[in-house]
Ligand binder design. Structure first.
Ligand SMILES: Cc1cc2nc3c(=O)[nH]c(=O)nc-3n(C[C@H](O)[C@H](O)[C@H](O)COP(=O)(O)OP(=O)(O)OC[C@H]3O[C@@H](n4cnc5c(N)ncnc54)[C@H](O)[C@@H]3O)c2cc1C
Length: 468
C-alpha cells in the first residue's frame, strides 16, 4: 500500500479547501477506533468532502498517485473494514443532502452521509416507510449500510439492503462518477453495476448517493415477547405465524436467557419482559395493512401455541412504551456482553429450518472445546441469522480466552459450513474475516471476485486489506 506523500496531502487539501479535510489528531481520533475496540488505526489525513464533485477530485488525485483510501460512514461496522492503517480516510458524513423524495415512485434519493434513522424519518415525512432498521441506525449511514449490505430486524419481510436499492451514484477508483441514480423497478440491460457496489465494503468505489425503495406505512402492528423451552419451538412458531398472517411477520428475534440476564444486570432502565424466566425468548412483530389485524392475529397465534404447549409464556405490548422496552432488551444484547469481558463473536446464517439443530451442535462443540465458556446466542432467527457469541467462563483468564478467538471461531464456522451456511450473514468480511473466508469460499468464487476487482480497481487503492 502506498501512503500519501506530503505533496499528495498538500494537493488533497488544496482540492477540497477549508472544511474539506482535517489533520487534527483530536478530531480524527473518534473515527480510528471501531465500536468493539478491536481495532485502532491511524491516518495522516481525514477528508470530509461535501459533494460528489469533491469526492471525485480527491479519489482522482489518490488514483494518480496510487494512494490507498478507506471510505467511512458512521464507523459502526463490526468487522473493522472502515478503520485506516496509514491510508487516506475519506469520511462521507458531510454528504448530507436529500436529493429527492417521490412518493408516486415510492422512492427517495439521499446522499451517502445521511444516517439510517434520518432516512426512516424522511420516508415517514412523505407518508412512506423505509424499512431497514438496526440498533446502530442513529449513526450508521446510507453509504455504510449499502456497502455492507446490512440486514437488521425487518429482513424477513423486506429483504436486505441489496433488495432496497433502486439506484446508486458512486465515484469509481479512477475518480470517474458512475451515475446510476435510477428510480426504475425494471432494467434488464446486462450486468448490474449497482449490485456489485452493494456489499463491496468500499473496495470498488465510494458511494455518494442512492435511490432507495419506499413502502406503504402499515396500518396495524403488534409486538410480543414470548418464552419458549427451545429454539426448535421458535422455528415451529415462526412457520405458523408466517402461514397464519400471510407474510405479516416483520421481525422474529431469538434471545437466550443468559443474554437477558446480562441486559438486566448491566443496562439501566431494563426489566424482566415476562413474569417467568424461560430458557429462550422470541420477540415477534406482526404488521398488517388492515387496522386491528396484526393485534388480532398475534392474540390468535399465541393463544393456540400456548394451548398446544409450544410456548410457555407470552406478553403482548399494550402501548408504545412497552413495545420500546421489549426492543430495548433485544437491542442491548451485544452491549450487555461488554461488562462480562467480551468474547468470540460470530455472525452466522444457516437455513431457517436448520438453525435449532445448528445451535445444539455448535454449543456442544464449544463446550467441549472450551469447558465453561458461556454461549450467548441471539439474533434474526426468522432469516436464519444468529449472533453466536461465546464468552469467557466467569472468573476465567480473559486474555487467554480471547487469544483462542480464531481457533474457537474455526470450531463454530466449520459446523456452519456443514449446514451450507455463511460465516458472515450481515456484517461483511472486513479485516476480521477476509482471511478466514478463504477457508470456506471456493477458489472459483475468490478468483472471480479478485478478477472483478482488478478490472475496476487495477491499482487496488480502495480499501486494500478487505476482500480478495
Ligand atoms: C450496536 C450495533 C448493532 C448493529 N446491528 C446490525 C444489524 O442488525 N444488522 C447489520 O447488518 N449490521 C449491524 N451492525 C453493523 C453496522 O451498523 C453496519 O455494518 C452498518 O451498515 C455500517 O454503516 P456505517 O455507516 O457505520 O459504515 P462504516 O462502519 O463507516 O463502514 C462499513 C464498511 O463500509 C464501507 N463504507 C462506508 N461508507 C461507504 C461509502 N459511502 N462508499 C463505499 N464504502 C463505504 C467502509 O469502508 C467499511 O468497509 C450493527 C452495529 C452496531 C454497532
Amino acid at each position: 500500500m502506498t501512503s500519501p506523500s506530503p505533496e499528495t496531502i498538500a494537493a488533497l487539501k488544496s482540492a477540497l479547501g477549508p472544511g474539506g479535510w482535517t489533520e487534527d489528531p483530536a478530531e480524527i481520533a473518534p473515527w480510528l477506533t471501531e465500536w468493539r475496540n478491536r481495532w485502532t488505526g491511524h491516518t495522516p489525513i481525514m477528508l470530509t468532502p461535501r459533494s460528489t464533485d469533491e469526492v471525485a477530485r480527491a479519489v482522482g488525485l489518490c488514483s494518480e498517485q496510487g494512494v490507498a483510501i478507506i471510505p467511512q460512514g458512521g464507523n459502526t461496522g463490526l468487522v473493522g473494514g472502515q478503520v485506516p492503517y496509514g491510508e487516506v480516510l475519506l469520511s462521507t458524513r458531510k454528504l448530507r443532502a436529500v436529493r429527492d423524495v417521490t412518493p408516486l415512485d415510492d422512492a427517495m434519493t439521499l446522499e451517502a452521509g445521511v444516517t439510517l434513522l434520518e432516512a426512516q424519518q424522511h420516508a415517514a415525512a412523505a407518508g412512506r416507510l423505509f424499512p431497514l432498521s438496526l440498533a446502530a441506525e442513529g449513526s450508521a449511514t446510507i453509504g455504510g449500510v449499502i456497502s455492507t449490505n446490512a440486514g437488521g430486524t425487518a429482513v424477513l419481510r423486506y429483504g436486505m439492503m441489496r433488495d432496497l436499492v433502486l439506484g446508486i451514484e458512486a465515484v469509481m477508483p479512477d475518480g470517474q462518477v458512475f451515475n446510476g441514480l435510477k428510480r426504475l423497478r425494471k432494467d434488464n440491460t446486462g450486468y448490474d453495476l449497482k449490485q456489485l457496489l452493494i456489499g463491496a465494503e468500499g473496495t470498488l468505489g465510494v458511494i455518494t448517493a442512492a435511490t432507495l425503495k419506499l413502502f406503504p406505512v402499515m396500518r396495524s402492528r403488534a409486538t410480543a415477547m414470548v418464552g419458549l423451552e427451545t429454539p426448535h419451538s421458535a422455528i415451529e412458531l415462526l412457520a405458523r405465524a408466517k402461514a397464519e398472517t400471510g407474510g405479516g411477520v416483520e421481525a422474529f428475534e431469538l434471545m437466550k436467557r443468559i443474554g437477558m440476564e446480562f441486559v438486566l444486570k448491566h443496562i439501566p432502565d431494563t426489566r424482566e419482559p415476562l413474569e417467568s424466566t424461560p430458557p429462550w425468548y422470541v420477540l415477534i412483530e406482526l404488521v398488517s395493512g388492515e387496522p386491528g389485524a396484526a393485534e388480532a392475529g398475534m392474540e390468535r397465534i399465541l393463544a393456540a401455541a400456548f394451548e398446544e404447549g409450544l410456548i410457555i409464556d407470552a406478553a403482548i405490548a399494550q402501548n408504545e412504551t412497552q413495545r420500546a422496552a421489549f426492543w430495548k432488551v433485544r437491542e442491548e444484547q451485544s452491549a450487555a456482553q461488554r461488562p462480562e469481558g467480551g468474547g468470540w463473536k460470530h455472525d452466522v446464517s444457516v437455513p431457517v429450518s436448520r438453525i435449532a439443530d445448528f445451535l445444539d451442535e455448535a454449543t456442544t462443540a464449544v463446550e467441549r472445546f472450551h469447558p465453561g465458556a458461556r454461549v450467548s446466542a441471539f439474533g434474526h432467527v426468522g432469516d436464519g441469522n444468529m449472533h453466536y457469541d461465546v464468552l469467557c467462563p466467569p472468573g476465567g483468564d480473559l486474555k487467554a480466552f480471547l487469544a483462542r478467538w480464531m481457533e474457537g471461531s474455526e470450531v463454530v464456522h466449520d459446523i456452519v459450513a456443514t449446514y451450507n451456511g455463511s460465516i458472515s450473514a450481515e456484517h461483511g468480511l472486513g479485516r476480521l474475516k477476509t482471511d478466514e473466508a478463504r477457508r470456506y469460499k471456493s477458489s472459483l468464487e475468490i478468483e472471480t471476485m479478485a478478477a472483478i476487482r482488478r478490472a475496476i480497481d487495477p491499482q487496488r487503492i480502495m480499501n486494500p486489506a478487505v476482500l480478495f
